[in-house]
Design a protein around this ligand. Structure first.
Ligand code: SF4
Length: 210
C-alpha cells in the first residue's frame, strides 16, 4: 500500500502526463453508456464505438431494444465478442429496466448492480460517466495490473483491489484515477511490454528495476 501523500503525487504526475484522459466510449445518454459498457467487456472501446452507431440509430431506448429479436441483436453486436452472453444480458437488462425502473437507468450503485450484466465495475463506470458522480474505482484489467505493479494492492480479486485503492485514493481523485489507470495501461504500462524506463511514475513503482 502507498501513503495518501505518495498516492496523490502519483495521480498528479499521471494527470500532467495524460491531460486529456477521459472516457473513450461514445454515448449520448445514460442508457447508451450502460449498453456500451456491457459491450466493452473483453473488447476494445474502439470496436464498441464502431458497433454502437448502428445499434443506437435504431434501438436507443430500453423499449426499442427490448423488442429486437435475440438473433438480430446477436448479429449486430457480434464484432464485440461474447455476443451470445452479451445479447442475453442486454435483453434481460432492458426488461428489468422497464419492469422495475420505468425504463430509466438508475443513478445509484445498488440498483445498477441489480441489473443483469451490470457488476460493480460497470456500475462504477456508469456512475462516473453517465452521472458524473463517481462512487468508487472501476477495476478493469488495466487498473488491476497497475495496482499490483505499483504496489497499491497485492490482491487479485477486483473488488478487494478496489477496497485497497479506496483506502489510498482520496474521493476527489476518483474521477481522475478511473481514467488515468486506463490511459496509463494503454500507453505505457501495457501487459506485454511495459515501457518502464519511460514511465513517469517509475520511481514510485514497486516493480521498477533500474
Ligand atoms: S514502472 Fe513499469 S510496471 Fe511500474 S507503473 Fe511504470 S510501466 Fe508500469
Amino acid at each position: 500500500m502507498k501513503s495518501k501523500k505518495e498516492t496523490i503525487k502519483i495521480i498528479e504526475i499521471l494527470k500532467e502526463y495524460y491531460p486529456d484522459a477521459t472516457c473513450s466510449l461514445d454515448f449520448t445518454t445514460p442508457f447508451e453508456m450502460m449498453i456500451s459498457v456491457m459491450l466493452s467487456a473483453q473488447c476494445t472501446d474502439e470496436r464498441v464505438n464502431k458497433t454502437t452507431p448502428f445499434l443506437f440509430s435504431k434501438y436507443n431506448t430500453p423499449e426499442k431494444l427490448s423488442k429486437i429479436s435475440i438473433n438480430d441483436l446477436e448479429k449486430i453486436i457480434h464484432p464485440c465478442g461474447f455476443y451470445k452472453n452479451k445479447a442475453k444480458n442486454i435483453k434481460a437488462c432492458c426488461q428489468k429496466l422497464l419492469e422495475d425502473f420505468n425504463g430509466i437507468v438508475p443513478d445509484n450503485m445498488e440498483d445498477l448492480q441489480s441489473l443483469p450484466g451490470v457488476g460493480r465495475k460497470s456500475a462504477n463506470v456508469i456512475m462516473l460517466e453517465a452521472f458524473h458522480n463517481p462512487q468508487g474505482i472501476a477495476v478493469d484489467t488495466h487498473a488491476k495490473r497497475i495496482s499490483n505493479k505499483i504496489g497499491f494492492s497485492k490482491e487479485t480479486d477486483p473488488e478487494k483491489i478496489e477496497k485497497d485503492l479506496l483506502k489510498q485514493v482520496p474521493k476527489e481523485y476518483y474521477y481522475d484515477v478511473n481514467h488515468l489507470f486506463v490511459w496509463h495501461g494503454r500507453n505505457i504500462c501495457s501487459a506485454r511490454n511495459p515501457k518502464c524506463d519511460n514511465c513517469p511514475i517509475n520511481k514510485y513503482c514497486n516493480s521498477f528495476k533500474k
